[in-house]
Design a protein around this ligand. Structure first.
Ligand SMILES: [Cu+2]
Length: 67
């Protein structure tokens, strides 16, 4: 598996953390999703071929910004 580290802007509470986590997990091929509220850091693993653009779109649809 590959690993990605992204920066997510706009998270303010645990609800946001759950929303972002879900947004990533809903895309097939992702695993070990971790979100740090304080730093805004999102780390997840994914299998080659996973649709990263879809993950980004899901996060943005949930109301957050991927830097
Ligand atoms: Cu929140």
């Amino acid at each position: 598996m590959e690993q990605a580290t992204w920066q997510v802007k706009g998270m303010t509470c645990e609800h946001c953390v759950r929303a972002v986590t879900k947004a990533v997990q809903s895309v097939t091929g992702t695993a070990d999703v971790r979100v740090d509220l304080k730093s805004g850091r999102l780390v997840f693993k994914y299998q080659p071929g996973t649709d990263l653009e879809q993950i980004k779109a899901n996060i943005e649809d949930a109301g957050y910004e991927v830097a």
